[in-house]
Design a protein around this ligand. Sequence first.
Ligand SMILES: Cc1cc2nc3c(=O)[nH]c(=O)nc-3n(C[C@H](O)[C@H](O)[C@H](O)COP(=O)(O)O)c2cc1C
Length: 222
Amino acid sequence: MRKRIIAFISAIVVILVAVVGYNLYSGSRNSSESASSTAKTSKTATTKSTSSKKNGKILVVYFSRKDGVSGGPLKVGHTKVVADYIQKHTGADEYEIKSATAYPKGYQATADKAQKEQEDNARPKIKGTLPDVSKYDTVFIGAPVWWGEYPMIVRTFMDKVDLSNKTVIPFTTHMGSGLGNTQEQLEEQYPNAKVRDGLGVEGTQASKSQGDVDQWLNKLGY
Ligand SMILES: Cc1cc2nc3c(=O)[nH]c(=O)nc-3n(C[C@H](O)[C@H](O)[C@H](O)COP(=O)(O)O)c2cc1C
């Protein structure tokens, strides 16, 4: 009987040691896991701030119409949707190019006006003040492709704002022309800038383009 009691007590002691030991082990494991996940988070944050430090201050310039091409007005113009994705990814400032004389709401009337502006090599007036670009290292310039190129109002911006010695990156929305001639237009306008590979997004797919935008920016190192 005495032997049985000793065996019973020994069994309880073994179980207690096992339970306490396991709890101690898993407690230290959890705290080291959470320490390493904190380290991971802070590493990600550091990487992000290092990357934005590396690229300096960023400005996203865009022109966009809200009136659409067919099917009525849009809540937000296609190019603005893409501009906002770039802003979100990079933490950039944004500047919208607005025409002093609004473009007509109808597609055909806008198409006629845009074609005439292009034939005349016009520089339509921009509404409001231009941004002070001296503090920016990278400037993204986005617009819808109009007749294969940047709309002439973007050319007004380019003539007035010197982006020499900066990194300049085009983006567009379009109905099949991709970037059109925009990258070449930037290279010609700013021979002393570093013009990098742009992104063209099909206008009707703009709201689904965040993944493509992020991928493109990651590839460029932003
Ligand atoms: C005047 C005009 C000219 C256009 N020319 C072209 C063109 O040459 N190639 C093209 O793919 N899309 C062309 N488009 C379609 C626009 O580029 C496309 O709908 C764009 O996504 C509109 O962007 P937004 O909503 O930001 O203004 C043209 C649209 C307009 C209004």
